[in-house]
Design a protein around this ligand. Structure first.
Ligand SMILES: Cc1ncc(COP(=O)(O)O)c(C=O)c1O
Length: 390
């Protein structure tokens, strides 16, 4: 038996919900899937696939940071979000997940750590550990609507902390970073020499207007190194095309050094394919149509859920401002997992809050992407089963 690295030593056992779902599917029973977040599977508009058949698609002229024409297209996209950035400060990668890996290589020695929000997106544990980096969670208090508490960030830090990760808006909590929170965080990061890594993959998907909301940390003049991450997966709903971007900001000398080093990391992999880079201006031109359809979908499903909730129901939707999901607070009994299994018996799949490290109560996470007929059909069993809890 060969020896393998501890970095890849992740548990591979199925959780009870995944097992029960596989069994249900194997028995041919129907499933109303409220965990579906794959934007290519829910009937949203896609751009013309011919866009990828660019005449130069098979030529190879590698540019480590990504083709200038593609970076210009990203800069133009960011300018429509109020961020004026130079294409020189952008680095393309195959995905946001890959960008994280590159940033951990850039910022951390093995054994260093980064501060990660909790609750949040469950992939951080994997992305960090695969780079030999540790995570230290900072809690997003529910009392603040899962907003950032800078004191919690400061308390989570130790002498080996290199960066603070924020997800803006939170996944699945849908809270946006606010101006005051960003200022307090910037002061902390500048004082402590920490980089700020801002995951903005959902930032285009705001459900309402909010004063003081920060859509992106790109294009500001921050006192510390900042990295703003996004990509085609969410912005145009095309995760299969594998293109993400990182905007690097901060004090000039530090920013330029970071860019030079990132260029070297990117040059080692050259992972972004040519056809997608050539197609990028056309793909980003589709953003408006895709995002309008997605937001209409999310709003319609939220409306259906709100209307289906009986007065005095023992559960409620947790207030949020954007993203692709909604969080339900449910009674503590019978517990998140038992509730998910009961719902599955009734044909509805949802996720338990613990998948996202939601604590301080019992929660379910529902995707708002399913087509409204699927979502509406799931509401009757959802409301019925939840009525028996508590
Ligand atoms: C908050 C967040 N960041 C990053 C990603 C990964 O995106 P990519 O496909 O660009 O790696 C996801 C995917 O769901 C996500 O939810």
């Amino acid at each position: 038996m060969s020896r393998f690295s501890a970095r890849t030593d992740f548990p591979r056992t199925w959780n009870p919900l995944a097992r029960a779902l596989a069994e249900r599917r194997a028995r041919g029973l129907p499933v109303l899937d409220l965990t579906e977040t794959n934007p290519t599977r829910v009937g949203l508009p896609a751009p013309r696939p011919e866009l990828l058949a660019h005449p130069g698609a098979l030529d190879y002229a590698p540019e480590p940071q990504g083709m200038l024409s593609a970076r210009e297209a990203v800069a133009a996209h960011l300018s429509t979000r109020g961020a004026r950035v130079s294409p020189e400060h952008l680095v393309l990668s195959a995905s946001t997940s890959e960008s994280y890996g590159w940033l951990f290589k850039l910022l951390c020695e093995p054994g260093d750590n980064v501060l990660v929000p909790a609750p949040s997106y469950p992939l951080f544990e994997y992305l960090t550990r695969l780079e030999g980096v540790e995570t230290r969670p900072y809690r997003l208090p529910r009392a603040h609507g899962f907003g950032l508490d800078v004191e919690a960030v400061a308390a989570a830090k130790n002498e080996r902390t290199r960066a603070v990760l924020v997800v803006n808006p939170g996944n699945p909590t849908g809270h946006y970073l606010h101006q005051g929170e960003l200022e307090a965080l910037s002061t902390l990061c500048a004082q402590e020499g920490l980089a700020l890594v801002s995951d903005e993959v959902f930032s285009d998907f705001a459900w309402d207007e909010e004063p003081g909301r920060v859509a992106t940390v790109a294009g500001r003049a921050p006192p510390m190194l900042t990295f703003s991450l996004s990509g085609l997966s969410k912005v145009v709903g095309l995760p299969g095309l594998k293109l993400g971007w990182t905007h690097v900001g901060g004090p000039e000398a530090l920013r330029d050094e970071a860019l030079a080093r990132l260029e070297l990391v990117a040059d080692t992999y050259l992972s972004v394919n040519t056809p997608v880079q050539l197609a990028l201006p056309g793909l980003l031109a589709h953003t408006r149509r895709f995002q309008a359809a997605l937001l209409a979908r999310v709003k319609e499903n939220r409306r259906l859920l709100r209307e289906a909730r009986p007065r005095n129901a023992p559960w409620d939707m947790v207030p949020a401002h954007g993203g692709w999901s909604t969080v339900l607070r449910i009674p503590l009994e019978p517990g998140e997992e038992a509730m998910c299994l009961e719902l599955l018996d009734a044909g509805v799949v949802v996720q338990p809050g613990y998948f996202y490290d939601l604590i301080g109560g019992a929660f379910l996470v529902l995707s708002l992407l399913p087509p409204p007929d699927v979502f509406a059909a799931a509401l009757e069993p959802l409301v019925r089963v939840l009525a028996t809890s508590g």
